[in-house]
Write a new protein. Structure first.
Length: 568
């Protein structure tokens, strides 16, 4: 059974689930080179059909994530609305509470259907899946928790289909929702508004506030916390739900935030927001654990891209094991929708959904395709290139000499994290590489930390993980050990925490072998890994985009497949 999953909102994407396995998944941004591209993912669908040699008739069902998705917006245009603190803006919010809004939703649904009908799909095959159910399905079915064991499944994000959070129990390949939180009480919505207020891009730059938070003093943290402390709390009537303590919905609290934040330092605001978010989430998870009696938790939804909050959740004493779906923002709802529809339609002979084992779900390019692109760039750039059979050893040797190397190999990663196939690598013990990568390649904000990749057998040398929580997807932070100098360029400089990718050879032999050879040379089983892209652009798609970044940046070394390219 072949299920095509589609997310046609912010950071749109498509995937193909066949017999319970993700065969291919890709975000529209990678194909149009526009970060967080919104709208109907036409190119992604075309790519899936072409790559897997499928026709439209081969698809059994089309699963669309979210029953309602607003008219596709460009981020800046959309958030200009959030600055209209006028009667008109209040009227717009009030309109969504009236029966007339259902007419708009019906019209929008027809538009979304028409996109697929125009593509050639049969309307009878199309199924709409609730937004938070799509998130919950990624968390439950993507985890490797035993299906006959009850698991607490939590979703939390800005908003989707009228909700901002749900509490469910996953058991025997089914999800039972026991609590829902209205979008007007959105914790993530506060984070989004503060991101805009601080001059950053909402739905994209929230991580920059998280990265700044550890730099504030204790006094500054307390001042910043005072801005948020009474906005939202856990409901006394139902401890599984959030309750706002201000009369207006969260989407309309910007004037209140601006007034409270006046003359308060930016790092204090970031620290207060981050700690407030952590406190609310931790108390919510504790309440859910207590009410259900469960101790294994699966999480999904955009707020859980906040890796520091995830660490606080992981450290809850009552929590035994934790799974967070990698890159758990809306881009992965295409996968969740496909999971749900597959599970709904499978019979006793159909395989169960297979837990994810890696997130390298996209394109792969041959050496012949790479060579063709290299030759196209010879007139634009002065470089030399060589085909190297054992290129992993050559890359490790360059890294050991304190050189920075970008790599583009194997299947492209899905989601926000570069996991070794579209990455920039460096010696994590070399602080000088931070300046080189930031100034010459990434152009990122100076306070933002990089991340380490480490061998599984060496992880305990570098991070404290007493519960032995699996961490292959850079979705959790950990405190570091006294060997933090081995990864000093890949930790948060203010608190020395790290957001690691812990790898095993079976999940990515090429990447693992580079790190293993680096360990053989240096004795250190850890490297710095950051995404291969220019700031503001998506992670590179293939050889063409890799060579464009190589051309337009200060990168000196680029490995694509078996080709090593060096600037003269």
């Amino acid at each position: 059974m072949k299920i095509l999953g589609i997310h046609d909102g912010h950071n749109s994407s498509a995937c193909l689930v066949e017999d319970g396995i993700i065969k291919f998944a890709i975000q529209e941004e990678r194909l149009v080179n526009q970060k967080n591209k919104s709208g109907f993912p036409k190119k992604s669908i075309e790519k899936i059909l072409k790559t897997l040699n499928l026709t439209i008739d081969d698809i059994d069902k089309i699963a669309i994530a979210s029953k309602h998705s607003s008219v596709v917006f460009a981020d800046e245009d959309y958030f200009k609305k959030e600055q209209k603190w006028t009667i008109k803006r209040h009227a717009e919010i009030a309109f969504t509470k009236t029966p007339l809004y259902s007419i708009y939703k019906s019209k929008r649904k027809k538009e979304r259907l028409q996109n697929l009908i125009n593509f050639g799909f049969n309307e009878k095959k199309i199924v709409f899946v609730d937004h938070h159910l799509s998130h919950a399905a990624t968390a439950y079915f993507g985890s490797d928790f035993p299906r006959d064991e009850k698991v607490l499944v939590l979703t939390n994000d800005g908003a989707g289909d009228g909700l901002c959070a749900t509490v469910s129990i996953g058991w025997n390949n089914s999800l039972k929702t026991i609590a829902k939180v209205d979008k007007d009480n959105s914790l993530a919505g506060i984070y989004c508004l503060i991101t805009k207020m601080m001059g950053f891009k909402p739905l994209e730059h929230e991580y920059k506030l998280m990265g700044m938070a550890p730099y504030a003093s204790e006094y500054g943290l307390e001042k910043g916390y005072s801005i948020f402390k009474d906005l939202i709390s856990l409901s006394q009537e139902n401890p599984l739900e959030f309750k706002r303590n201000v009369p207006e919905p969260i989407s309309l609290i910007m004037p209140r935030l601006l007034k409270r934040s006046k003359f308060i330092r930016f790092d204090w605001i970031c620290a207060g927001l981050q700690h407030f978010t952590e406190d609310i989430l931790v108390q919510w998870v504790k309440n859910c654990l207590k009410e259900t009696g469960l101790n294994k938790v699966a999480l999904a939804g955009g707020i859980f891209m906040n890796v520091k909050a995830n660490q606080k959740i992981m450290e809850i004493p009552e929590l035994q094991d934790l799974f967070i779906f990698p890159s758990c923002g809306d881009e992965t709802t295409s996968i969740g929708a496909a999971y749900h529809v597959y599970n709904l339609n499978r019979n006793n002979e159909s395989p169960e959904i297979k837990p994810i084992s890696n997130f390298n779900l996209g394109d792969v390019f041959t050496n012949e395709e790479t060579l063709e692109q290299i030759k196209l760039f010879e007139n634009e750039l002065s470089f030399e290139y060589h085909y190297i059979e054992d290129i992993e050893k050559e890359i490790a040797s360059l890294l050991a000499k304190k050189e920075v190397v970008a790599i583009c190999q194997g299947n492209m990663e899905f989601g926000a994290r570069a996991l070794g196939n579209r990455s920039i690598l460096a010696d994590a013990s070399n602080l000088d590489c931070v300046r080189e990568i930031n100034m010459m390649i990434k152009n990122r904000d100076f306070w933002m930390p990089f991340a380490p990749v480490m061998l599984k057998e060496r992880a305990n040398d570098y991070i404290k993980n007493p519960k032995n929580i699996s961490a292959p997807y850079m979705i959790l932070t950990f405190d570091t050990t006294n060997k933090y100098n081995d990864l000093i360029s890949a930790v948060q400089q203010a608190d020395l925490t790290a957001r690691p990718q812990i790898i095993e050879r079976e999940n990515n032999p090429y990447y693992h072998d580079i790190l293993k050879e680096f360990e053989n040379i240096t004795g250190r089983g850890v490297m710095l890994n950051t995404s291969f892209n220019l700031h503001g652009l998506p992670i590179v798609h293939g050889p063409k985009e890799a060579l464009e970044v190589f051309r337009d940046s200060g990168l000196k070394n680029l490995a694509i497949g078996n080709y090593l390219i060096k600037k003269r």
